[in-house]
Design a protein around this ligand. Structure first.
Ligand code: NAD
Length: 254
C-alpha cells in the first residue's frame, strides 16, 4: 500500500485528494493547521520542522508520495502567502526528500495556480527572492508591496518554477514531480476571495470558457492520475485544470 502525505488535508482540494487517494488504496498522512493526522503551521520554520519530523515518524522513513495542497489566498496578508504557498512547500520537499527516495516509484505533486502565469515573462522581484531561498527578503518585499494578489501570483509561479528546476536532478533519482495549476475551484479559499470587497467583483467576473468554477473532485481526479503508475513518464510538467482559463488569457504561450 503506497504511503502518501498530503498537506492542506483538512479542507477543499486537499481533503478531497485524501479521500480520492484513500479510495485508490493509499495510506494517507494528512497535514494541516488543525484537524489532521499531523497538526502543524506551515507558515513557520518550527511548524515545517514539526511536519517533517512527524511525517518521517509516521511513515518510518519511507514515503511513496507527497501532495502539497496547503495554501492561502488573496484574503491573507502578503507575507503569509509567501510563507505558506512557497516555503511551506519547498521546506517540506527538502525535509522529506530522503524518505521519498526510499519510496516505491515515488511521486510529488504540488498545487500551483493559473494565477502564477501572470508572472510568465515578467516575474516580480519577490520570485527571485523565493527561488534564492531567502524567506526574509521575500516576505519583506511582499509586505512592502502590500498587494496580496501579486504575492499570490508570485508564490504560485515561484513554486512551479522550483519544481521544474529540481526536475532534472529528481528525475535521475527516480522521483517524479509535477504541478497542477487549477483555475477557480469551489472551496472555502475561493469563496473567501469572492466575498472580499477588494477582489470579489474581479474574481466573480473572471469566468472560465467552460462557464463555471471546478469542483475539488475535478482536481483530485487529476492528482490521483498523476500520482499513479499510469503517469509513469510524466515528470516536471505543469497541468492547467482550469476550464480553459489559461488558453483564454494566453492562447499563444504554452
Ligand atoms: P482551502 O482553504 O479549502 O484549503 C487550504 C488548506 O490549507 C486548509 O485546510 C488550510 O487550513 C491549509 N493551510 C493554510 N495555511 C496553512 C498553514 N499555515 N499550515 C498548514 N496548513 C495550512 O483552499 P483550497 O482552494 O482547497 O486550496 C488548496 C490549494 O489550491 C491551495 O494551494 C490554493 O492556493 C490552490 N488553488 C485554489 C484555487 C481555488 O480556486 N480554490 C485555485 C487555484 C489554486
Amino acid at each position: 500500500m503506497p504511503i502518501t502525505a498530503v498537506t492542506g488535508a483538512a479542507s477543499g482540494i486537499g481533503k478531497t485528494v485524501c479521500e480520492t487517494l484513500k479510495a485508490a488504496g493509499h495510506r494517507i498522512i494528512g497535514i494541516d493547521r488543525n484537524n489532521a493526522d499531523i497538526n502543524a503551521d506551515l507558515s513557520t520554520a518550527e511548524g515545517r520542522e514539526l511536519a517533517v519530523s512527524a511525517t518521517l515518524e509516521q511513515c518510518q522513513g519511507r514515503l511513496d508520495g507527497l501532495v502539497c495542497c496547503a495554501g492561502v489566498g488573496v484574503t491573507f496578508p502578503s507575507d503569509m502567502i509567501v510563507g505558506v504557498n512557497y516555503f511551506g512547500v519547498t521546506k517540506l520537499l527538502e525535509g522529506l526528500q530522503d524518505a521519498l527516495q526510499q519510496g516505491e516509484q515515488p511521486a510529488v505533486l504540488v498545487i500551483g495556480s493559473v494565477a502564477g502565469n501572470q508572472m510568465v515573462g515578467r516575474p516580480h522581484e519577490m520570485v527571485s527572492a523565493m527561488l534564492d531561498d531567502d524567506e526574509t527578503a521575500a516576505r519583506r518585499i511582499a509586505l512592502d508591496l502590500a498587494e496580496p494578489h501579486t504575492a499570490y501570483a508570485a508564490s504560485k509561479y515561484a513554486v512551479s518554477s522550483y519544481v521544474r528546476q529540481q526536475a532534472p536532478a529528481w528525475g535521475k533519482q527516480g522521483l517524479r514531480a509535477n504541478v497542477i495549476a487549477p483555475g477557480a475551484v469551489e472551496t472555502p479559499l475561493h469563496q473567501a476571495a469572492k466575498d472580499d470587497p477588494r477582489f470579489g467583483e474581479a474574481v466573480k467576473n473572471f469566468v472560465a470558457p467552460l462557464g463555471r468554477a471546478g469542483t475539488p473532485q475535478e482536481i483530485a481526479n487529476v492528482v490521483a492520475f498523476l500520482q499513479s503508475d499510469q503517469a509513469s513518464f510524466i515528470h516536471g510538467s505543469v497541468f492547467f485544470v482550469d476550464g480553459g482559463m489559461d488558453a483564454m488569457v494566453r492562447p499563444g504561450q504554452f
